[in-house]
Design a protein around this ligand. Sequence first.
Ligand code: TH1
Length: 808
Amino acid sequence: MKMTKENFIHEFKKRLGERYALDVKDAAPIELYQTLVAVVKSGYSDIWRKTWKSYVKNDQKQVYYFSIEFLPGRLLKSNLLNMGWYDVVEAGLKDMGLDLDQISETEVDMALGNGGLGRLASCFMDSLASEGLPGNGNGIRYKYGLFKQKFVDGYQIELPNEWLTDGNNWSVARTSKAVDVLMGGQVHLHDNGKYYEVTYEGADLIKAVPYDTGIVGYHNDHVNTMRLWDAQIPASEEINYPTIEDRRRVEDLTSVLYPDDSNYEGRILRLKQEYFFTSAGIQSIIRHYKKYDRPLTEISDHIAIHINDTHPAMCVAEFMRILLDEEHLDWDVAWKQTVQTMSYTNHTIMAEALEKWPVDMLATVQPRILQIIEEIDRRYVEELTGKKDEDFIERTRIIKDGMVKMAHLAIIGSHSTNGVAKLHTELLENDVLHDFYELYPERFNNKTNGIAIRRWLQVANPTLSKTIDQTIGTKWRFDSKELHQLAKYDDDQALLEKIGAAKRFNKVRLAKVIKEQTGIEVSPDALFDVQIKRLHAYKRQLLNLLHIVKLYLDLKEDPNSQQVPRVFIFGAKAAPSYHYAKSIIKCINEVANLVNNDPTIEGKLKVVFLENYGVSLAEKIIPAADVSEQISTATKEASGTSNMKLMLNGALTVATLDGANIEIKDYVGDDNIFIFGLTKDEVLAYETNHQYRAADYYENDPVLHRILDAFVDGTIPNIEVEGHEIYDSLLRANDEYFVLRDFAGYVATQERVSQTYLDQAKWNKMCLLNIANAGYFSADDTVEKYATDIWQIKPNVEVQKGAIDDVY
Ligand code: TH1
C-alpha cells in the first residue's frame, strides 16, 4: 500500500470535490473526516478482496471469533498506521492547513462492548490481521453502543449512545449475504426412517444482514473481516409484522448492548441476541463452506470457531442443528466435527457472571436448540454412567434444576477451554472447573491476554515511540519483544531524562483535557495516579478512595504531611442497575469536590473523575499515568488488560497478586513493581474458614476508624445515603472483598511509591524497565499461540511482511 504525500493531497482534494463540491478551506470537520475515510478505504479495498480470494484459492483453514462484544474505538489512526500511511497523511494534511489529530477527534468511537472482554476481542482482530492469520470476527451491530455517562450532582446518568447518526463510514452492508434466523414458535419432528424432518410452526423469521468492516494488518497487505449482524424484517414477511409492536420486536433484537460487565442479566432479549448472532454466523460459515463442494465430515479441518466467553455457547447446538437437520449427518459424525471445530475461553470465575438460562426461556427462544442441548446432556450422562459417581455427573451435566449451564455446554461441546492468565487458568483447573479438568485434562490450557501494542503505544503515545526509535531503532514496531533492548540502557541518564520528558509532555496534554472537561486545574508536576476500568466492587475503587480520604485527613492535620503532590484520576462506568457501584461513583465525586475546593490543601491533592471513560479517553489518560492501580481482591480479576497498557506507557504498577499482575511482576522483577495485599491462598482460606471479621480492623485501627466515620459523620458532604451504604457494606455485611484487611498494606505501599517518586532518576529507570518488558504482553503473540495450539491455522502464504526499511 504505497502512498506519497503528493498523491494523497491530490486524492483527498479530488474526493472532497466529488463528494461535497467543496474546497479544503470551506469544508466542515465531519466532511474532512468522511473524505479522509473514503481515501483510506479505497487504499485497502483491493487488498481486502484479494485477502478473501487467497483464502479460497489456497483452501486455508480460517478461524471465526464469535463475541457478543467488540470495542474497536476509533479506526482512522490505527488504519493509517497499519497501512503505512500515517506520516505521509499527517504531512499532507498539514500542507493543506489541516490537522490529523483534530480530524480524528470527529470520529465517534465504535463502542459495542463494555470493557476488557470487548476490547480484547478488538485487540485480537488487529493482531490476527497483523500476523496475516485468516481470522474473522462475528458479532452484533448494536444500534446503540455502550451508554454515554454524565455526572449530575455527582451521580451517574446514562444517555443513549447514538453512534450511527452520521452513518458508519468503515462498514459495508452486504445485503446479498443475509441469512434467515428462526426464533420462537413450536417445532415438530417426523421420523422418515432415514432422519428427522424438522418443521417449525408459528416461528418468527428474522433477516440477519451482515455489515462487514475491513481489519487492516500492519504493513503486510492483508485485510481481514469483522462481520456484525443487524436484525431486519424480511421483505417476504412484511405481512406477518403488521403492527408497530411487531416490527419493534424484530428491530429491538439488535438495538442495545447490555451494559453489564462481568455480570449476567438473565433477560430473554439477551438470550435472543445470543441466539441471533450465533445462528447467523454459523449459517453463513456453513453456506460459504459448502460453496466449494467440500464434505461436511471434514469441516473441522477447514474451519475453527471460537466461543468468547459463554455468550456464543449456543454455537455448539446451532452447528449440530445444521449438520443434523439440514445436512442429515448422523449424530456421532456431527458431534465429532462440532467438538473438533469449537473452542472456548473462560473470562471470569465470579459466580454472578456465569450464565444459567431457565429451560423454559430457551424453549421460548428456540425450541429446537433446547431439544439438541437436552440430547447432548442425555448422551453426556449416559456416557459417564458407571464410569463416574452420580454426584460428579450431577455437578457437571449441562441441565440441572431446570437451568441450562452455558459454561458446561461450551466445555463439553469443544476441544479446548482456556483461561486468560496463569493464575486464572490454575483456578479453573484446580477449583472452579476441577471436575472437567479431571475428565478432560487435555482440553485445558492457558492463554494469557495481550494488547495491541500498535494502538496503545504507536498511536496513543507518538512522543515516547519516537524516543524509543532513537534508542533502539524501529524493529520493535514489528516485533514488540524487541522493546526489551531498552533494558540495556537502564543507566543511560540522557535516555531516562527523555523518558521523563515524554511523560511530562503527555501529562500536560492530559491536564488540558481535564481542564476542558471538568474545569479542574492539575499540575503536571504532581504524580498522576490512575485507576481506569469498569466500576465493580471486586476491583476495589473503594480501597483507592479510602486512601485518598486518609491523605486528605492527614493534610488537614498537618499541611506538610504530603511530600509528593498527587492527582488521582478515575475513569469508570457502572452498570445502570448496579446500585452499589453507582454509590461509589457518587462518593468519589463528593470526595473530589471536597478536596479540590478546600483552599488549605493547596493543590497537594486533587481528585479527578473523568466522565464517559472509553477507548478514546484511555488513549489520552494512559500515556500520562505515573501510577497504575491494579488492586482487585486476589483471585477475582481473571487477567486485566489496562495493567499491560499502563506498564507499556511507563506507569509503575501498584498491584495485588491477581490476574496478569503476577506475570507482570515476574517480568519486571520485585524491585520494579509495588505489590501488596492478600494472596490467592489467603483469600481462599478466608472464603472457606469464614474467620474474617472486618469490624476488627475498624475497631483496632484508629486511622481506619476515622476514615470510615468520615463517610457517615458529615465530613464528606452530600453522601448521607451512599456513605451509610458503603459503611454498612464494610462493617455490617463484613466486607466481601477484604478492603479493610488490605488497607494497611496498601497505605504502606503507597508511601513507598511517594518515596520512590522523590528520586526521579530511580523512578524513570523503573519506568524504562516496565516499558522494556511490556512487549511480552503483545496480543500478536497471544493470537499466535491460539493459532498453533487451539485453532491450527497458519498465516496466509501470500502475506507480504513489510520490509522494515520500506517505511522507516
Ligand atoms: C473481563 C475480565 O473481568 C477481565 O479480567 C479480563 O481481562 C477481560 O475479561 C478479558 O479477558 C470480563 N468481561 C466480562 C464481560 C461479561 C461477562 C464476563 C466477563 S469477564 C459480559
